[in-house]
Design a binder for this molecule. Structure first.
Ligand code: NAD
Length: 356
């Protein structure tokens, strides 16, 4: 079987790094690499030993398994081999018609964001690996913009108080943001609607902010559920109180398949100190801040608002390495002796296929 590795069109990462391409070759597969697919992530063509390098069109036309992070366009998929299997992040929770469209074109598709968030599938969970990088980068992006120090400083020229960082949503990205902000010496507070997050926040040395009455569903696979208007209103009031003293707010609150809740309305932004920074990792699903503009850095009355849900793209080498490791762990489930071997009784395989 020939595996095609494609270059991303709007991302610096690459789905398969050279070390993982080699492991796929050891599994009996042939590799065809789109020219310079790994370059922006730091991996030139020659690092992919024994791989054939070809143009994008030729990779698409000749591979049996096409791997990318961003989905290919429908025009491109129409050029692929009959029965091709494609692996990408199709985000069917947000793009509800994607399976139907792919079925019409006649391709089979695996969506990496559909791998269940279970202990067994942890090593394949690209959402977690990328969210962790985003949480780390969010803190660094905020620190670069902030006109103040993060750590406390006692110098001959005077003393500086530590920055106060407020984190909304303590899932994978939020917890990494807490850990990173603490390492930089900030005082950190965090909030989440899932009670399980409290202990995790506290174990990282941050303060957990409580708002009573959050709805939870243990059957939601660890995900948060949508809150009612009364709760969101009380939560916004609590956030506003803390935002007035915060130097940085990092928002990560998402509810799968829904628009992100607005936790930082315009009035809260305007109550913040000039020079403060908001990093909104929920930007692509509407944003947790009312003023967020997706993929843009804006300033509102002296407050910076960074809207970016894809900060893993800013650390492409390690992001690609982790992504590729996740992919290999998954591909080992469906490749035997260089050919596809699909077992739909397996929960991970079954959940990840969005058309077959
Ligand atoms: P996510 O990106 O969907 O959401 C980020 C966080 O925002 C979550 O913690 C969520 O509870 C929180 N949130 C949602 N609405 C909120 C609101 N109104 N106010 C405050 N916070 C709000 O979540 P995620 O980071 O992908 O992780 C979700 C859960 O899945 C976590 O419990 C995580 O530990 C779990 N998980 C488990 C595994 C595994 O077992 N393999 C892997 C990954 C994640």
């Amino acid at each position: 079987m020939k595996i095609g590795i494609l270059a991303e069109q709007n991302d610096q990462r690459v789905a398969i790094v050279p070390g993982i391409a080699k492991k796929l070759q050891e599994l009996g597969c042939k590799i065809v690499l789109e020219n310079d697919a790994g370059l922006q992530a730091g991996f030139s063509n020659d690092k992919y030993e024994d791989a054939e390098v070809a143009s994008r069109v030729d990779v698409i036309k000749n591979a049996d398994l096409l791997i990318s992070i961003e989905p290919l366009s429908e025009e491109e998929l129409k050029q692929a081999k009959k029965d091709v299997l494609t692996v990408a992040e199709y985000k069917p929770f947000f793009d509800k018609e994607v399976s139907e469209r792919l079925k019409k074109i006649g391709v089979r598709a695996i969506s990496m964001d559909m791998i269940p968030r279970t202990t067994l599938a942890q090593s394949m969970d690209v959402l977690s690996s990328m969210a962790s990088i985003a949480g780390y980068k969010a803190v660094l992006s905020a620190a670069l913009k902030l006109p103040r120090y993060f750590p406390m400083m006692i110098t001959a020229a005077g003393s500086i108080k530590p920055a106060k960082v407020l984190i909304l949503g303590a899932g994978v990205a939020g917890l990494q943001a807490i850990a990173t902000a603490k390492r930089l010496g900030a005082q950190v507070e965090a909030f989440d609607t899932r009670s399980a997050a409290k202990q995790e926040v506290q174990s990282l040395g941050a303060r957990f902010v409580e708002v009573a009455g959050a709805k939870e569903d243990t059957g939601a696979g660890g995900y948060a559920v949508e809150q009612d208007e009364d709760f969101i209103k009380r939560q916004r009031e609590e956030v506003q109180k803390r935002a007035m003293n915060a130097d940085v707010i990092i928002t990560t609150a998402q509810v799968r398949g829904r628009k992100a809740p607005i936790l930082v309305p315009k009035s809260t932004v305007e109550a913040m100190k000039p020079g403060s920074v908001i990093v909104d990792l929920a930007a692509s699903t509407g944003g947790n801040c009312e003023l967020t503009q997706d993929r843009k850095i804006i300033q509102h009355k002296g407050i910076w608002i960074i809207g970016d849900s894809n900060l893993a793209n800013e650390m492409p080498e390690d992001a690609s390495t982790l992504y590729a490791n996740n992919l290999l762990n998954f591909l080992k489930l469906i490749i035997k002796e260089g050919e596809l071997n699909l077992n739909f009784e397996d929960e991970i395989v079954n959940s990840s296929f969005i058309t077959h």
